[in-house]
Design a protein around this ligand. Structure first.
Ligand code: ADP
Ligand code: MG
Length: 487
């Protein structure tokens, strides 16, 4: 209820035009871009800062060394020697700057033509504009200077032109800005591209979902085969769709079968009641016996219908995993009881019924369901098997490795191999059995009960006849094993 569907009423293809910022892929790439840009900016800023510090330290060190040298000259020969030294040094490289002024601010020597007045009044390091003696224009150059006040009002200025440094810093700043702009541009373009790619595959998936919602259960999500997240999602979805399709198909078949197979007995029921009614309407007086017969037949038909519904319900429950209990069932005892139950029927039909059961074959199962399954197998052997003096039905219980096998074998016509899978389906009855009573649900129930208990129903040739085997895992013999480990 908290899910947001932007256009729930619009099932059309290609109608989705969500904004760029609504795309998770785009937002993610923006976050990635922001982190990346912040990192790049920090890196560039650090580089610019440390270059600046190194260059500034260097120029200050040179200035300090020069000041020391000139200081020695001053100490040795006073202002004259200093002026001479400065005049000498001022002939050197143009970026080395010197100036000595008198107390009145007049230049005595040096290559600095002009400096801001406040600077000359100060003392210490300054970054200031200046004019070189070779220049004719204004103070357009930048310098870092050390101003020294000497005795007698003389001022010594030693400096370095920092034009190159400023240009270098400017280049660095511009490069940083261009890099940032490029990063931003490329990042956004990448985000748009990734969003397109992801959106394309997501859209393909939602198109498939819509097609399936439209009723085409056989539709599947396209898998690119690259083994990426989308492929894995697609594979999972497809597996789920296959399972759902199978279940839906199975359910549809069951519903069809039920509708088809219950129609006949219901129609019969109705016809019989109508016949009786017509007889009454025509003024014919039905004898008490005839009335009774009609009612009894009606009840028998209704009983049959009830038993069919009952069996259908039992199968559905077992297939849904309901009724799985953990009773300790001794298969030998179960076989004996079932055989005893069917002994009168077998005797009436002249069929020899034998039990040959190994002791201590214990399984963990729902005893009631298991008894019902064995009864169904016995009933089949007695009704569909041979029905003469040579007829025998044998119930055996044996161990086979970790399994117990309970078989019910007869020497009748058996079931042809090609029909053995088919007869496990609901309502399937072979042509030769049409004359026997039944509804075609017995083996379906046995099969469902076998699967409910992690076992299987095996139909084999008894040469001649059918050998129906109920294979079930034995209860664990290890101490403490209650068998609940089975899925
Ligand atoms: N012991 C058997 N010998 C021969 N055919 C059998 C035997 N058991 C079952 N069948 C065949 O399998 C069909 C399905 O069996 P079942 O599901 O028990 O339905 P029903 O017994 O109600 O017909 C039967 O109709 C019959 O054709
Ligand atoms: Mg049967």
């Amino acid at each position: 209820m908290c899910s947001v569907n932007p256009k729930p009423t619009d099932p059309g293809r290609g109608q989705r035009r969500y904004g760029l910022f609504a795309s998770a892929a785009f937002r993610l790439s923006l976050v990635y871009l922001a982190v990346f840009a912040a990192f790049a900016a920090a890196l560039i800023a650090y580089m610019a800062w440390s270059t600046r510090v190194i260059l500034a330290d260097q120029s200050r060190e040179t200035i300090a060394a020069e000041v020391r040298g000139l200081g020695e000259q001053y100490a040795a020969g006073g202002i004259q020697q200093l002026v001479a030294a400065v005049a000498n040094r001022a002939e050197g490289p143009a970026n080395a700057l010197y100036l000595v002024t008198s107390f009145a601010g007049q230049s005595l020597a040096g290559n600095i033509a002009e400096l801001p007045v406040e600077t000359l009044r100060g003392d210490g390091f300054y970054q200031v504009p200046y004019r070189h003696v070779a220049d004719t224009d204004d103070m357009t150059r930048e310098a870092e200077v050390r101003v020294f006040r000497l005795a007698g009002g003389f001022v010594l200025v030693v400096g370095r032109d920092i034009g190159d440094r400023i240009a270098f810093e400017r280049i660095l700043t511009r490069a940083g800005l261009i890099a940032a702009a490029l990063t931003l541009l490329l990042g956004i373009a990448g985000g748009v591209y990734i969003r397109r790619r992801i959106l394309m595959r997501m859209d393909a998936m939602s198109d498939t979902a819509r097609a399936i919602m439209g009723g085409d259960l056989s539709n599947r999500v396209a898998v690119a085969g690259r083994g990426d997240e989308f492929d894995r999602l697609g594979d999972s979805l497809n597996a789920m769709l296959a399972r759902i399709e199978g279940l839906v198909r199975g359910m549809r078949e069951v519903t069809d079968n039920v509708a088809h197979d219950l129609k006949t007995p219901l129609t019969r029921l109705k016809a019989r009641a109508e016949d009786a009614l017509r007889a009454i309407d025509s003024g014919k007086r039905l004898s008490a016996a005839a009335r009774r017969a009609v009612l009894e037949e009606t009840i028998a038909e209704a009983d049959h219908l009830i038993s069919v519904f009952d069996a259908l319900l039992a199968i559905a429950k077992a297939e849904a995993g309901e009724g799985a209990r953990q009773d300790r069932v001794d298969l030998a005892a179960l076989a004996e009881v079932a055989a005893e139950l069917y002994a009168p029927l077998a005797e009436d039909a002249g069929i020899a019924l034998r039990v040959d059961a190994a002791p201590d074959c214990i399984v963990l199962a729902n005893q009631v369901l298991l008894a019902r399954a064995v009864s169904n197998l016995l009933e089949n052997a007695l009704t569909h098997g041979r029905r003469d003096a040579d007829a025998t039905v044998t119930v055996t219980v044996t161990r086979q490795g970790a399994d117990a096998l309970l078989t019910v074998a007869d020497n009748g016509p058996g079931i042809p191999p090609q029909d053995r899978a088919r007869v496990l389906q609901r309502f399937v009855r072979l042509e030769m059995s049409r004359t026997h009573p039944g509804s075609g649900l017995g083996l379906s129930l046995v099969n469902a009960v076998a699967h409910l208990h992690n076992g299987a129903l095996e139909l084999d040739d008894n040469a001649p006849g059918l050998r129906a085997g109920l294979r079930l895992p034995l209860a664990g013999e290890r101490a403490g094993d209650d068998g609940s480990g089975g899925a």
